[in-house]
Design a protein around this ligand. Structure first.
Ligand SMILES: [Zn+2]
Length: 113
């Protein structure tokens, strides 16, 4: 790597051996990258995504963003699925009520939709 201060080449390290200036940003950027694997993991376990996002958002912003994105998409998908599930439940109740002969109950349940 190249020193940010004096421009001399040296092996990977937190400090330049020639002028002693700190190279923290360069080391951090080398380790940070968007991660599809973490995004998928956080999609399936959103709570892990939230925790990883909070832990990494300062030190590894790109990786944290992948986790946050995965968790966010998961929350949206789960919310949509929950709404569909509730609607289906109402429809099933309405059909069951109508089939059992209680037409007024079936109708009122349908109107709730
Ligand atoms: Zn230097």
């Amino acid at each position: 790597m190249t020193c940010k201060n004096c421009g001399k080449e040296f092996q990977e390290g937190a400090f330049c051996p020639y002028c002693g200036s700190a190279q923290f940003t360069a080391v951090r950027q080398n380790n940070d990258a968007p991660s599809g694997g973490y995004a998928v993991l956080c999609f399936f376990i959103p709570i892990v995504g939230l925790i990883l996002y909070l832990v990494w958002k300062d030190e590894y912003p790109l990786r944290a963003k992948s986790c946050g994105k995965g968790a966010l998409i998961a929350v949206i998908v789960y919310a949509v699925l929950a709404v569909i599930y509730v609607i289906l439940l109402f429809v099933i109740i309405a059909i069951a009520a109508a089939a059992s002969g209680s037409a007024t109950m079936g109708l009122s349940t349908l109107l709730l939709l």
